[in-house]
Design a protein around this ligand. Structure first.
Ligand SMILES: Nc1ncnc2c1ncn2[C@@H]1O[C@H](COP(=O)(O)OP(=O)(O)OP(=O)(O)O)[C@@H](O)[C@H]1O
Ligand SMILES: [Mg+2]
Length: 232
């Protein structure tokens, strides 16, 4: 029997627009299986980032439920929500949001230090992730001294440093060339197969969409499962 780390039920989300509203999510539902690579694809503007923000506790839906490990996200108090955002999940943003005054290594190390890790352990873990992502030689570069793809890989390493149970990656290959996109996919595959972490990737990259264990498609505010899970 499959086990779900997170489920999303009937999410409605709209943004005030002009005189009325722009309805983006119109009852979106999906399930993320533990230890699986799940892909959420859909055209640009379909609401993938919006849904990831809602799942990540960064944005509120009008209605619907997000359940993480059997508990409703809505029932979390501020402390629990902080812990969820900082330690349980790792968020790879579509815009990378690296801290400009810190080097690649410092950007990756920081969440581990904030999480209470010793400096030596945080640095070791950060170096190992930077190495997995072919960035060791760029560790002392500041974000403005890195290419777009390098910044993206630093942001990915940063999301992984606290060993979250769920990784939410928004268009993580958007700035990467084929070789580095392949490298990232290998890393994601290694993580799900060997550490049991669950990964949700939002992408409009059709090639990436085919590589997931489970694939969902977001269209006109709703989601259909196109691969992997048999829905009644
Ligand atoms: N704050 C906002 N106010 C009004 N409209 C918004 C706001 N944020 C997002 N939208 C609209 O909601 C829709 C969904 O946006 P979202 O960023 O979730 O799409 P996406 O699927 O991630 O697209 P992409 O593949 O281009 O990243 C878009 O049409 C966007 O213009
Ligand atoms: Mg997006």
């Amino acid at each position: 029997m499959s086990e779900f780390i997170l489920s999303v039920k009937n999410i409605m989300k709209r943004f005030p627009w002009g005189e009325g509203y722009l309805e983006v999510l119109k009852g979106a539902s999906l399930e993320i299986e533990s230890g699986k690579l799940t892909i959420l694809s859909g055209p640009s503007g379909s609401g993938k980032s919006t849904l990831l923000y809602i799942i990540g506790g960064l944005e509120r839906a009008e209605s619907g439920e997000v359940t993480f490990q059997g508990e409703l996200l809505n029932s979390y108090n501020d402390n629990k929500l902080d812990d969820y955002r900082n330690r349980r999940i790792g968020f790879v943003f579509q815009m990378h949001y690296l801290l400009p005054d810190f080097t690649a290594l410092e950007n990756v190390t920081m969440p581990a230090l904030i999480g209470g890790e010793s400096y030596a352990a945080a640095r070791d873990r950060a170096l190992s992730l930077l190495s997995d992502l072919s960035l060791l030689e760029r560790r002392d570069h500041y974000p403005n001294q890195l290419s777009g793809g390098e910044q993206q890989r630093v942001a990915i390493a940063r999301a992984l440093v606290n060993s979250p149970q769920l990784i939410l990656a928004d268009e993580p290959t958007g700035d990467l060339d084929r070789e580095n996109a392949g490298l990232l996919l290998k890393l994601f595959r290694k993580l799900v197969d060997h550490t049991g972490v669950s990964i949700l990737v939002a992408t409009h990259d059709a090639e990436l969409a085919g590589k997931g264990d489970i694939a969902y498609n977001l269209y006109d505010g709703r989601i259909i499962c196109s691969k992997g899970l048999a829905h009644d």
